[in-house]
Design a binder for this molecule. Structure first.
Ligand code: CP3
Length: 351
């Protein structure tokens, strides 16, 4: 194990004191960076990048060379689990991700395998081992998975459809079958994340990108229940180190109290809520990560700085804040504006 040179991020996740508010950015390694585009251009498709150990490791480190970030995230995608389960993942430049063999009937669900992460997903574990080694303890390395609900939406739905009619039809007409699928996905995620912990990540983020399309009771039954099951089955310490867990449900602000109750250490919130209100609602149960609107990064340095200050002021004094965007950074953001953003967070939050 490397001793971390910068543990601001892990300290903030546990609501301990920090010298300044830590920051990282969802999708910090990606298409807004010219150096990412150079590597990406050498591959026919995005999935081949995710499966190439040298490329994925290099891409994860790129934003850390440019910026003073307080965490790194492994370079991969949430959809590699369904790919390992045999669905045939592809990325269409225009329409986004899709599957050659989506789930269409009960038999497809019965057939879904439980994967061995060191076999079907060994490339991810090798990427983690290499990224961890190359980071040399500079900052913590975040591992991640999609939530069972979010993975299920992609597994039954073609990506061009934004109304989620297929998964919702299944939820209201065949809930038992959907539960069967969610259970299988959950079992795969638990094995996958525990393998990530053993391979070298220091904390975990659960991306529930589509939890917010549900009603409150459906969220509890079809998303949160399985997230809680995952949390209960993860290694919470590894080689003497506590592994914190962050939960992000996009559009989940109306039920933050429920999310804070499943044993996670932090909630990542989108921009539709005042971070001070979120903090008051969850009390001292969890830390909060967020929550600048990614579109602010289109504006001027002054406007970006003003927005950072407002969020820091809204959070108020005390510990337990990790600065981030409310969702992933957009592909057409200027890299210079990202510098302004990160420096503003550090400078304005110095204790
Ligand atoms: O820097 C990081 O944050 C790590 C890498 C990362 C990617 N995807 C790389 C990526 C992470 C954490 C993800 C998670 C992910 N993937 C989520 C959850 C987070 C969220 O944004 O809500 C979801 C829903 C996906 C699924 C996904 N992957 C979609 C819908 C798309 C296509 C849309 C798009 O943004 O292009 C992807 C592709 C993808 N994942 C890219 C990257 C860098 C772009 C692919 C390319 O370069 O061609």
């Amino acid at each position: 194990m490397y001793k971390l040179k910068n543990d601001r991020y892990l300290r903030a996740l546990l609501r301990k004191s920090v010298d300044m508010t830590p920051i990282w950015i969802m999708r910090q390694a990606g298409r807004y960076l010219p150096e990412y585009k150079l590597i990406r251009a050498k591959f026919d498709n995005f999935l081949s990048v995710c499966k190439n150990i040298d490329a994925a490791c290099e891409i994860a480190l790129q934003p850390l060379r440019r910026y003073d970030l307080d965490a790194a995230i492994i370079f991969s995608d949430i959809l590699v689990i369904p790919d390992a389960m045999g669905l045939g993942l592809y990325f269409d430049d225009k329409y986004g991700p899709g599957f050659l063999y989506p789930i269409t009937c009960q038999a497809d669900i019965e057939r879904l395998p439980i994967c061995d992460p060191e076999k079907e997903l060994s490339y991810v574990m090798n990427i983690i081992r290499m990224t961890y080694k190359n980071l040399q303890g500079k900052v913590p390395l975040i591992g991640f998975s999609g939530s069972p609900w979010t993975l299920a939406t992609y597994m039954v739905q073609d990506s061009t459809n934004k109304f989620f009619n297929k998964i919702k039809k299944m939820m209201y007409s065949d809930p038992i079958i959907l539960h069967k699928m969610l259970n299988k996905i959950t079992d795969n995620i638990i094995l996958y994340l525990n393998a990530q912990i053993c391979a070298g990540i220091q904390c975990i983020m659960l991306f529930d990108t589509w939890g917010g399309i549900l009603t409150h009771p459906a969220y509890k039954e079809f998303s949160l229940y399985y997230l809680q099951k995952i949390v209960a089955n993860l290694l919470r310490t590894y080689q003497g180190f506590y592994i914190p867990i962050i939960l992000f449900t996009k559009g989940g602000n109306q039920w933050l109290e429920d999310m804070a109750n499943i044993g996670v250490d932090a909630l990542s919130i989108d921009w539709n809520i005042n971070i001070g209100d979120a903090r008051r609602r969850v009390g001292d149960k969890v830390a909060i990560q967020g929550n600048m609107d990614p579109s602010v990064l289109y504006s001027s340095p002054d406007r970006i700085t003003q927005e950072v200050k407002m969020i820091l002021d809204n959070f108020g004094e005390g510990n337990g804040h990790i600065f981030n965007l409310g969702h992933g950074i957009y592909r057409d953001i200027l890299p210079e504006n990202v510098s302004v953003f990160i420096n503003a967070v550090h400078n304005l939050s110095k204790r």
